[in-house]
Design a protein around this ligand. Structure first.
Ligand SMILES: [Zn+2]
Length: 282
């Protein structure tokens, strides 16, 4: 019995030493791999092949005959345009190497698929869509969305409301391959698109969420995923920002103010600058 215990202890010690050594070796390998990977990823500032974020498409939700959701006096189409124009101005003034393309600069109606097509035609590196939310009067806070499968019926509800805009478009059934904005199955089917861009979409979405929460000090409902038609066919990282609830009187007052629209834009701008710097290697 005693011999067995001694043997077992010896075996344990041997195993322990071996695994310790293995661990140390593994750590060295992991470290050198990490250094190699990082240095391989670090772009040379002088390299002509260095990644550049050159073009951003800014999309103010709704417009024209489609006024979006509404509060007592504010309309989603107008608030979204106010934030988008302020954001575009900040990018143009501070980052002159970035080309800013707008899906609309005035109060006009633009189909959802045309918004994505504008981004694709311009070979955009990022697509930013701004909207305002609607819900019970107590509902408040910002939401930043990327394409993906909704996890709750509330998330599906936001996408359904934004997607129902296509009912105002001509021939929407042929334009959107028979997509029915009232059917949950339709939303599940196409929420799988955009998966090639999900990492960078989330990377940017998280920066927007943090900036709006910390710099602009807006209450946040987090980063979420659902199937939005406007993000469906874009072939680049894409996010949709719900700037707040127009159905909440306090948020409606805040969002319906030009200075506050500029603050919101400044938060998104800072996130954009961070994201651009990170992808370009600082
Ligand atoms: Zn909207």
């Amino acid at each position: 019995m005693r011999i067995i215990v001694i043997l077992a202890s010896a075996a344990f010690l041997l195993l322990g030493a071996a695994s310790g050594e293995w661990k140390a070796k593994a750590q060295t390998t992991a470290d050198s791999t990490r250094i190699a990977a990082d240095s391989a990823l670090l772009p040379d500032a002088n390299s002509p092949y260095r990644y550049r974020l050159r073009t951003v498409v800014l999309d103010a939700g709704h417009g024209g005959k489609d006024r979006g959701c509404a509060g007592a006096s504010a309309r989603e189409a107008d608030v979204a345009l106010g934030i988008i124009l302020a954001l575009g101005k900040q990018i143009e003034e501070n980052l002159p190497d970035v080309k800013v393309v707008y899906t609309r600069k005035t109060n006009v109606f633009v189909e959802l698929d045309e918004r994505a097509a504008i981004a694709n035609r311009n070979h955009a590196d990022l697509f930013i869509s701004v909207h305002c939310n609607a819900g019970p009067s107590a509902g408040h806070g910002t939401e930043v969305w990327t394409m993906g499968l909704h996890k709750t019926t509330a998330n599906l509800g936001v996408a359904q409301r934004e997607n129902s805009v296509i009912l105002q478009e001509k021939n929407y059934q042929t334009r959107y391959n028979g997509f029915d904005p009232n059917s949950p199955q339709s939303h599940i089917m196409f929420s799988l698109f955009q998966s090639a861009y999900i990492t960078n979409s989330l990377r940017f979405a998280q920066r927007v969420e943090r900036q709006l929460r910390t710099s602009v000090k807006r209450p946040s409902r987090g980063v979420k995923q659902a199937g939005f038609i406007v993000l469906w066919k874009s072939t680049m990282p894409s996010v949709l920002i719900e700037a707040g609830f127009l159905t909440n009187p306090t948020e409606e007052r805040y969002l319906n103010d030009k200075a506050n629209q500029s603050y919101m834009a400044a938060g998104i701008y800072r996130a954009f600058r961070e994201y651009k710097r990170e992808l370009e290697g600082g």
